[in-house]
Design a protein around this ligand. Structure first.
Ligand code: GLN
Length: 308
């Protein structure tokens, strides 16, 4: 296959770009090795192509959000989830204290306010925090097709400086969007963000989204098919936060970024794509990851609005 050579070529092309900086607000992420660089494609028929540091582990961070949204929709149904989290792009940064006027609902599940709420909606109603977290870990592991572990130092490091997410949690509690202790929910959300993945894992997770919720390696139905249209639509409109419009026009692939440097894209019925490089731009998205996706999109004609 030509694909591994192609991947190696594009990685070499973006490697000289050392602009951006590792996430400063989480000390453990600030200290990440910034030169790491990897990319992987996973097809819906289970082929995985990977290059560079594709087996290096890093925390999933915000890339967990679409997957946990999928679990919440599967566990509680659309109405119960939509009653608490909207689907409108916010046009704001990921950590904005952004709640709908009146209802206090977070605008969408890709920003932190929405993701903290989504975390509270996983599992059967009335689950305790440990059961909920177990559902998140097992669910994300099923998307990846292997058991995922938590990075306790990344988790502790984010917990020590979680003031902004705690403030968001308290705002959600004041609007009764959260109905329990907000600090407990925020801790669960931060644990969720600390799960360790590789670029290869992320490509398989993205391919599971592309493959009607069936993991193409394990063959397991992770979430019911109707969930996927909802999740991919929200990724397409809200996944890149305040860069969503630039991304939609220039790259045109439903995507989600994370502040550890991961980035995924999903092409329904075709492939999951993942990249990893820790230096971030002003939106908290991997600089080299954005360049790689621009190249993938134009080299292979992957923009979803373009007639093939
Ligand atoms: N855990 C991070 C936070 O809540 C995730 C943010 C991200 O990856 N964009 O700030």
């Amino acid at each position: 296959s030509m694909i591994p050579d192609y991947l190696t070529d594009v990685l070499e092309h973006v490697e000289p770009d050392t602009s951006g900086a590792t996430a400063g607000y989480i000390p453990e992420l600030a200290d990440a090795e910034p030169e790491q660089l990897g990319a992987a494609f996973a097809t819906v028929d289970g082929q995985v192509y990977a290059a560079g540091d594709c087996d290096a582990e890093f925390s999933i961070q915000s890339i967990s959000k679409p997957f946990v949204y999928a679990l919440a929709l599967a566990d509680r149904g659309f109405d119960a989830v939509l009653a608490r989290v909207g689907v409108e792009p916010s046009g704001e940064a990921f950590n904005e204290i952004s709640l709908e006027g009146g209802s206090g609902r977070p605008l969408n599940p890709m920003i932190n306010a929405g993701a903290i709420t989504t975390h509270s909606l996983v599992g059967v109603a009335g689950s305790d925090p440990a059961e909920r977290l177990e559902r998140v870990v097992d669910g994300l592991s099923a998307f990846a097709g292997r058991q995922l572990e938590m990075d306790e130092s990344v988790c502790a490091s984010e917990m020590a400086f979680a003031h902004r997410n705690l403030a968001i949690g308290h705002m959600l509690r004041s609007h009764d969007i959260l109905t329990e202790d907000p600090a407990t929910v925020v801790e669960g959300y931060i644990r969720q963000c600390s799960l360790l993945v590789t670029t290869r894992d992320l490509a398989v997770m993205a391919a599971t989204l592309a493959n009607r919720g069936v993991n193409p390696l394990s063959g397991k139905q992770v979430v019911p098919e109707p969930v996927l249209r909802q999740v991919l639509s929200v990724m397409a409109t809200c996944g890149m936060y305040d860069a969503a419009g630039d991304w939609a026009t220039q790259v045109g692939i439903p995507a989600k970024s994370g502040v550890a440097g991961g980035l995924i894209g999903t092409l329904p019925g075709q492939i999951g794509i993942a990249t990893f490089s820790p230096r971030l731009d002003a939106h908290g998205t991997s600089v080299r990851g954005v360049s790689l996706f621009h190249r993938f999109s134009s080299d292979m004609g992957l923009h979803v609005m373009e007639v093939p």
